[in-house]
Design a protein around this ligand. Structure first.
Ligand SMILES: Nc1ncnc2c1ncn2[C@@H]1O[C@H](COP(=O)(O)OP(=O)(O)OP(=O)(O)O)[C@@H](O)[C@H]1O
Ligand SMILES: [Mg+2]
Length: 401
């Protein structure tokens, strides 16, 4: 059970059942408290030992959860709680020192208790289609065809190996051996692959991404250090994470059903600014697997929490799967309509008028399909420091990187 806050009318504690996999939407206009609430859920998940907790963090704000929320000490006391920093594992795709701007910076972060760990992708983690998408190549394009053939062939060659793995150098060799490819096509492709090597997110050795995620800590994947537009790299990282975790949990679930030992518990994947990864229009590298996660993930124990200021900008297949909605203040008509479309019978008309009545930050409407309830709640204060504010608290100063 996740204690999200208190009923604004009765002052009773309000819980969200987390015994089974859930899909949650946190919405609200800019600055209404979405990321803060996402942090509350992460705290509850960690406290309740609910499996592996992962936050996909495009803004680079969640690592501050390592610090106690001393700014709201009084509010916490009023709730019978105390400020408390949490164990945070900060996962960075690429070379952390280079991405954060120097060794002294990563050292300073580590001295505050943050565990910084690199995540590296194996070139074999991407499908032939994924590789083409990465460079925006289509299969009607000679370059797309040659690249597709090369990856397909490497995947086939490696099929028998227990851990099918290949590196970029092998892709280059494979392309060079393609007799059907023109020199110009090969040259152009090799240039692109060289660029991919420079990104620093692909490893030349086999490094299973699953080993990056640990229990009893909040795994924060900091995507803010990757340029948003650059070849859809943020989406690529999320896609590879989703695909591998999905596969692993499907196998683990089978083991659980057969009473075999398992070492990989259920997963809570929380995505801030989720419209960047599963937009309502257009495709991204991650979108297909996110839809699969939310549609087929319940049985293998995969939960999803998406936060966005524009529910209308999130893919409708994902929205329609959400069985918990936490709605902060919303003013845009379009976003109100997107929420209304999700209206279940039990909340007809209610939601819109309740959202209109929200006057302050920290108040939200909780719609829970399981209990078929619509409740106005006061979100509980965070125990750990929220990094999304522009406050001049000494802690946020300390953490400015
Ligand atoms: N429940 C709360 N109690 C106290 N302060 C809160 C609460 N929720 C949010 N805040 C404060 O409000 C500010 C904005 O919150 P937050 O960063 O969560 O907004 P957001 O909806 O994620 O905004 P954006 O759309 O810009 O990402 C922060 O300074 C945060 O500390
Ligand atoms: Mg936010």
């Amino acid at each position: 059970m996740l204690m999200i806050g208190k009923n604004a009318e009765t002052d009773e504690e309000v819980y969200i059942n987390s015994d089974r996999a859930r899909a949650m939407l946190i919405s609200g206009k800019r600055g209404s408290g979405k990321s803060y609430t996402l942090g509350v859920l992460a705290e509850e998940l960690l406290d309740g030992d609910q499996g592996i907790v992962i936050i996909i963090d495009p803004m680079g704000i969640f690592h501050t959860m390592i610090l106690p929320n001393t700014d709201q000490e009084q509010a916490l006391w009023d709730w019978g709680m105390r400020p408390k920093g949490l164990p945070i594992r900060l996962l960075v795709a690429g070379d952390a020192e280079r991405l954060y701007g120097g060794r002294d910076i990563t050292q300073a972060m580590e001295s505050r208790g943050l565990e910084i760990a690199p995540i590296r992708l194996n070139p074999s983690d991407l499908t032939p289609d994924g590789w083409c998408d990465l460079f925006s190549l289509s299969l009607s394009d000679p370059m797309g065809m040659v690249l597709y053939r090369a990856i397909q062939e490497l995947t086939r060659i490696n099929w028998d190996l227990e851990k099918s793995f290949f590196n970029i150098a092998q892709i280059v060799t494979q392309i060079n051996q393609d007799k059907r490819a023109s020199d110009k096509t090969v040259e152009a492709l090799l240039l692109r692959l060289e660029t991919a090597m420079d990104w620093g997110i692909f490893t030349e050795e086999h490094q299973p991404i699953l080993e990056s995620f640990k229990q009893n800590t909040i795994n924060v994947v900091d995507l803010s250090v990757i340029e948003a537009g650059r070849y859809g790299l943020r989406n690529l990282v999320l896609d590879v994470i989703c695909r591998n975790l999905f596969l692993k949990r499907t196998i683990e679930r089978r083991r659980e059903e057969l009473n075999l030992s398992t070492g990989f518990p259920r997963i809570w994947l929380a995505i801030d600014e989720a419209h960047q990864f599963a937009p309502s229009s257009g495709t991204t590298l991650a979108k297909e697997n996110l839809i699969r996660w939310v549609k087929e993930g319940r049985q293998p124990g995969l939960s999803l929490i998406v936060a966005s200021q524009q529910p209308a900008a999130i893919d409708s297949e994902i929205l329609s799967q959400c069985d918990v909605i936490i709605a902060h203040k919303i003013t845009a008509l379009e976003d109100m309509q997107a929420l209304n479309k999700l209206n279940q019978d039990y909340m007809k008309r209610e939601l819109q008028s309740m959202i209109k009545q929200i006057k302050e930050r920290g108040i939200a409407i909780l719609v829970d399909d399981e209990t078929e309830s619509v409740t106005t709640i006061n979100i509980r204060p965070r125990r750990s420091h929220h990094g999304g504010s522009e406050s001049s608290s000494p802690h946020s100063e300390q953490f400015r990187i």
